[in-house]
Write a protein of this length. Structure first.
Length: 658
């Protein structure tokens, strides 16, 4: 008779995570074993008893979301996803941790592997993105009751809570009462430099309580303590922070509790000591079948839940509407926008592009019910609210407009979460100069490939009297530097409508609209083809070019006026509108050559020249800014900084020698 096998405990399940984390970091000779080892027990209880997901369908819309905000602990999520049985996370992925081509990147990357909901690593982004996930869950639940009913769980470290964005995110979540958000704080009192006492004295629980959160605590190495705390968090209607008192590197007898285990391999001797200490007898990258079977039960529970949900969906009168929101198909926008653009051509409105954006948004909101937006307290300036959009409020999530408050960074991260959740397309507004306050989240949107839209108004010295603190000069160049971000600076109401169509048809690239405060004339005379989508196009052609004037946004008006001056002098100037350098760069070479021509070129943009080498050559001229702006009315600023039709004409004369 075989000896009875010892039943597998949650401690055993957690030790599998610890062993895999130690072994993968050791093999890679790089990585962070301390966090996965310290939080292995918490993660085990969380997944074993609470989280519902099904690795057989990682896109199941009603799955619980798990965000590893402390992204340096990536081996925690890779080990979990391996043990849960995701098909794309076999043991070979763990043994090639951090190597070229492996899905097990240094930090968890959305889209590299199933079950990674959010790219994390820049501390604080995960918790702030999770606020967007939890908000989207409530908004979707309000629209489709009975079909959407899930939780967002976050594991965050001391670093995530020290980052400023955690304040914006915590405040917003507390205000909105996002009770399905549960943050498990790895309260290990250690960061890279050593004890957290080196750099912080904050009572984090009091801080989150002040935001209106439920706060709890647990012993991170006692499964019942963890389970009790999570159950209490679930029972409370507020968002929850659970301080999980943990020991970093738990299990490594000589190194645990010290910053030495944060981000370096334990070494062969300490791994051997940890194996002995934990009673883990298996070889590296080997998990006993009994422990695998225990983890498989977690996935089996999720599979049952998903099967039930599919039955509910099949019987739901909302099935078609739910699936349409999931697909977020922008097709209905095209005819509505065509009618809008035809009306623009007839009416020829002279409006700021921020106003043109508002006009386009009315069309968007009418055509695409899954679009939700907001602004960081600048709704009346950004003009981001369509009339039909009701505000989202605590306890009333049926609205489509989010008052983000003065929290640009939190907004940009929440937008990522809303987009990643699915069921919505989303946008958010602020002044362009405050793109810098959003930048880490914009960068992650671009890296993850989430098609959010930034509505950034007051895009140059043209905003006038608010002065240089508010006048972007280097901002557009710095945004053009972000890979996989489409920056659009439309020149009139037609280009602005086209820009919105580009944004909403984008599938894996975020879009940033740089919009004017000041009024601009309608320069387009037809709207058959979306010319903005080409990035740059010939707005005014001449028989034989002496010079090509290339401008963006509000400076198109200047380019056209300069061309008129030159024409009167017998100098033939073509005008190229260049709303997006990225889209232009993606055009075939022969198109780009035809648009830019061979004649001398003058670039005009009320911003610094950096980046204009995309369209200007050695010897071409640039009319723009060389430093910060000033506080004065816009026309006086343009004259003062020499961004005028006269200056453009003079530059053209010099280049052509005429
Ligand atoms: C925005 C940002 N700043 C700095 C880092 C580098 N960094 C990675 S982990 C870490 C310390 C984090 O401490 P904690 O969250 O307590 O993690 P633990 O050491 O407990 O695993 C730092 C500074 C980062 N990843 N992101
Ligand atoms: Mg820590």
């Amino acid at each position: 008779m075989n000896a009875p096998t010892k039943p597998v405990s949650e401690k055993d399940m957690a030790n599998a995570i610890r062993a895999l984390a130690m072994d993968a970091v050791q093999k890679a000779n790089s990585g962070h074993p301390g966090m996965p080892m310290g939080m292995a027990d918490v993660a085990t209880v969380l997944f074993n008893r609470f989280i519902t997901l099904d690795p057989a369908d990682h896109r199941w819309p009603d799955r619980d979301r798990f965000v590893l905000s402390a992204g340096h602990g990536s081996m925690l999520i890779y080990a979990l996803n391996h043990l849960l049985g995701y098909a794309d996370m076999p043991m070979e992925q763990l043994s090639s941790f951090r190597q070229m081509g492996a899905r097990t990147a240094g930090h968890p990357e959305y889209g590299h592997a199933q079950g990674i909901e959010v790219t994390t690593g820049p501390l604080g982004q995960g918790i702030a993105t999770a606020v967007g996930l939890a908000l989207a869950e409530r908004m979707a639940a309000a629209r489709f009751p009975g079909l959407v009913d899930h939780w967002t769980y976050v594991i965050a470290g001391d670093g995530c809570l020290m980052e400023g964005i955690s304040h914006e995110a915590g405040d917003l979540a507390g205000h909105l009462g996002l009770g399905r958000l549960i943050v498990l704080w790895d309260d290990n009192k250690i960061t890279i430099d050593g004890d957290t006492a080196l750099s912080t004295s904050t009572d984090q629980k009091a801080r989150f309580a002040a935001y209106g959160w439920h706060v709890g605590e647990c012993d991170a190495h006692e499964p019942e303590s963890v389970a009790t705390a999570i159950a209490a968090a679930k029972a409370d209607p507020r968002p929850s922070l659970i301080a999980c008192r943990s020991i970093i590197g738990f299990g490594a007898p000589n190194k645990q509790g010290s910053h030495d285990v944060h981000g370096a391999p334990l070494g062969a001797d300490e791994i051997a000591a940890a194996r002995a200490n934990l009673g883990w007898t298996d070889a590296p990258f080997v998990v006993p079948d009994s422990i695998r079977a225990a983890w498989a039960k977690v996935s089996a529970r999720g599979a049952v839940a998903r099967a039930d949900w599919l039955k509910t969906l099949a019987a739901s009168p909302d099935k078609a509407a739910f699936e349409a929101a999931q697909a977020a198909d922008p097709a209905p926008l095209a005819p509505a926008m065509a009618a809008h653009k035809a009306k623009l051509l007839a009416d020829k409105p002279k409006v700021a592009t921020r106003k043109a954006s508002e006009m386009a948004l009315e069309v968007v909101a009418g055509a695409l019910p899954f679009v939700v937006g907001g602004s960081a307290d600048l709704t009346g300036s950004n003009l981001t609210k369509a009339k039909s959009q009701r505000p989202v409020k605590p306890g009333d999530f049926g609205g489509a407009y989010i008052h983000y408050g003065i929290r640009e960074h939190g907004m940009a991260a929440a937008m990522n979460g809303i987009a990643l959740h699915g069921g919505f397309r989303t946008y958010g507004g602020t002044f362009l100069v405050f793109a810098d306050y959003c930048r880490p989240s914009i960068r992650l949107a671009a890296l993850m490939g989430v098609p959010v839209t930034y509505v950034m108004t007051h895009d140059s010295i043209g905003l006038g009297e608010d002065g240089p603190t508010h006048q972007p000069v280097e901002t557009i160049a710095s945004l053009r530097a972000i890979p996989n971000l489409t920056v659009l600076r439309p020149a009139d109401a037609v280009e602005t409508a086209e820009a919105w169509e580009i944004a909403l048809n984008s599938t894996c690239t975020p879009t940033l609209l740089a919009l004017s405060r000041q009024n601009l004339p309608l320069v387009r005379t037809d709207a058959g083809e979306n010319l903005t989508a080409k990035g740059a196009y010939v707005l005014r052609e001449v028989a034989k070019r002496d010079v090509t004037l290339i401008a963006t946004g509000s400076e198109i008006e200047i380019a056209l006026a300069a061309a008129d001056i030159l024409a009167a002098e017998g100098i033939a100037a073509a005008v190229v509108s260049a709303p997006s350098f990225e889209l232009f760069a993606a055009q075939p070479a022969d198109y780009r050559t035809a648009v830019l021509g061979t004649a001398p070129r003058v670039g005009i943009e009320a911003a610094i020249r950096q980046g204009w080498d995309a369209v200007l050559r050695e010897g071409d001229a640039f009319i723009g800014m060389t430093g910060f702006g000033a506080s004065a009315p816009a026309p006086a600023l343009y004259a003062h900084f020499g961004i005028t039709k006269e200056a453009a004409a003079e530059a053209a004369r010099k280049l052509t020698g005429k």
